[in-house]
Each structure stands twice: as C-alpha cells, then as structure tokens.
Design a protein around this ligand. Structure first.
Ligand code: FE2
Length: 361
C-alpha cells in the first residue's frame, strides 16, 4: 500500500494553492453552497489575475454525465492544465473523471469499459468539504449516466487526485444532517473494507481507527465541533486509501441500484441497508471477520447495537420504507445488483440480497 498524493492540512490561502497548481489554465468545479458560504471564493478570485480560470458551479449530486459533458464541451477540444474540485464526493468524483476525459477520450467509452483509462491524467487538486465519501484519496469515480439511468464508476490508480487539501473550516459549511449522513458513509467504508475478502492487515488497522473515530466524534461533528470534524475529515481521507486497496461489500453494491431508483443519496441508502446487513453479518459472524473486528474494538463491542445507537443519536434512522422502497420491489432490486458481490463474505446467491433487503425495512 502507498499513499501517493501530497496531503496539505490547514487554511487554504492563495500562496499555498499556487504552490500546487500546474500550468496557466485552471478548471474549478465548486459546490454552490461552499462557494457562497466559505472563504474559498475570495481565494479563487485573487488568483484570477494570474491564471486563466473557468469556474463551474453546476455539478449535481451523483455527478451526472451531462454535467461533466458541459465542461468538456466548454473547452471545445482543448483542456485545462489543472482541475480543482471543491465540494463533496460528487464534485470530486466528477473532477477525477474529467482528468481522463479530455482530448477525445469519451466519458461514455470509459464508463462502459469500451476503452481503457490509460496512464495520463490532468493534474487534479481535491479540496473536500464533506467528511465521509473518501473520494479525495480513492481510485474510483462514481458517476451517473443520466441518459440511460445507470450508476457506475471508473476505477484506476490514474484517477487518484495529485493533491488533497484539507481545511476543517470548509467542512463546517455543511448542514448538520449532511454531516451525519456522510459521516455514516465513512463508517461503512471502514467496516466494509475490513470485512471484505479483499482486505489486508493494514486496511484493517486503519478501519479500526476510523470506526472508533466515527462512534466517538460523529455526534459532536454534527453539532459543529471543529475538533470532531477534523477527526472525521482525516478518517474520511484515510478510508479513501482503504477503498483503493480493499473493497466495499453488499450495501454499496445494492445502494447503486436503490439510489437512482428512489432519488435518495448514497449515504441515505447505506444507512437503511445497514439494518439488514449488520443482522446478516451477525448471523454469519463465524464465517466473516466480524468477530475479530468486535474483539479488536473491545470485548463488549457489538457492531449491530453500536450502529443502531449511532443512528438514533445523530437522528438518521432511515429504513427502506423511508426511502420509498416497498416489500414487493425487493426481488426487482436484487435482480439489478451488479459488481463484485463475492467480495462480501456473506454473499451466497441472489437470495442473500433478497434477505438483506427484507431485513432493512
Ligand atoms: Fe460509500
């Protein structure tokens, strides 16, 4: 395992940012709310006399193809020297995908694996503003084909941003509900990369640290405590590394189906699915590394109970009914699940997914 990008922690001032920018032309993709609510707009404004900057604030959740294409078309055949993504997971994933999509590389061809990612990418700086997705350090970019209604992703080391800049003050601009939900995504990355059959001892060591952080810090992070937010921000980034070197499990595979279906966020789907997954995991405890995880966390630690308690503490008690799924939809959802389902040690066949869904109401 290696952690390649340069990680900068602290306030982002123009001189710090200049040190990391390459070339003269910069594409900036920024979440609208961060632009309006933080100091970042003044930093970017102060660079506009030195660089040729194009600013995009239109990226919607799930990084739809049409929003990315708008940026590619705007460059009409040319490309920026540096891409800066300032926002949550969708903004950063969009920037990672854009870094390999200029110069005739079609987004659609890469997404549907008709073409390889190659080894060149545009220099990319990630400035995350939510703590949980891990997009800032992972090798994946989750996108949404809004023409055909398919959520999927690009994956490759070439997608990892070249620089990550973490300033906890930017995370504090997110509403409490979002901090709680995305923080839960961070927990899922820790638990799933630990449990996955692709895991390894270093991944598991980092997972344990993050699981402890989320349970102890998320409730205070939601209240805006900057120290707790800092712990969450660093955990999120480290879980990006875990995602690069291990994999997620069934909850992530299933969320990719129910997200577009119910128009609910990635984190909301996971929160609902953890009800069923942690139950099944407990039933199969001896065949998975759950028992070792629980022992490492402390002898009285029970993952299922701890998740339940956290969900009620930060008020994110979602189930599949809350998201709009009905019991009669379960078979259809299960039939649409794709990806490496076998990385989840509890997976036997489609019936496992049906059971997980039924336990998540
Ligand atoms: Fe996730």
């Amino acid at each position: 395992m290696k952690i390649k990008p340069f990680i900068q922690y602290g306030t982002i001032d123009p001189s710090v940012l200049k040190d990391f920018v390459q070339g003269a032309s910069i594409a900036i993709v920024c979440s609208n709310s961060v632009w309006n609510k933080s100091y970042i707009s003044s930093v970017i404004d102060s660079l506009s006399s030195v660089y040729n900057i194009k600013l995009y604030k239109h990226m919607r959740p799930n990084a739809p193809f049409s929003d990315l294409q708008q940026i590619i078309d705007d460059y009409s055949g040319s490309k920026p020297d540096t891409i800066i993504g300032i926002g949550g997971g969708s903004v950063i994933d969009a920037c990672k995908a854009l870094s390999v999509c200029f110069e005739g590389n079609s987004l659609r061809d890469l997404f549907y694996k008709r073409k390889n990612l190659g080894s060149n990418s545009i220099h990319t700086i990630a400035i995350p503003t939510t703590a949980g997705t891990g997009a800032e350090l992972s090798f994946g970019a989750i996108l949404y084909d809004d023409l055909d209604g398919i959520k999927g992703g690009l994956r490759g080391e070439v997608l990892q941003p070249n620089v990550v800049m973490i300033d906890v003050k930017l995370y504090a601009t997110a509403p409490p509900k979002l901090i709680a939900e995305v923080g839960f995504d961070c927990l899922t990355h820790a638990v799933e990369t630990y449990i996955s059959t692709k895991s390894n001892p270093i991944v598991q060591y980092q997972s344990l640290s993050t699981i402890r952080t989320v349970f102890s810090c998320l409730p205070n992070a939601v209240k805006g405590d900057l120290h707790a937010l800092k712990q969450m921000a660093i955990s999120s980034a480290m879980m990006g590394v875990n995602l690069a070197y291990s994999s997620t499990c069934l909850p992530h595979r299933i969320q990719y189906v129910i997200g577009p279906m119910t128009r609910t966020s990635h984190a909301q789907g996971l929160i609902a699915l953890y009800k069923g997954w942690t139950k099944l995991l407990e039933e199969n405890g001896s065949q998975t590394s759950l028992e070792i995880l629980e022992r490492d966390m402390g002898y009285d630690f029970n993952l299922r109970d701890a998740v339940k308690e956290l969900k009620s503490k930060v008020d994110i008690n979602y189930t599949l009914d809350t998201l709009g799924i009905k019991v009669e939809d379960v078979e259809l959802v299960a039939s649409k699940v794709t990806g490496n389902v076998k990385n989840d040690p509890i997976y036997e066949n489609e019936e496992t997914i049906v059971k997980l869904l039924k336990e998540s109401f």
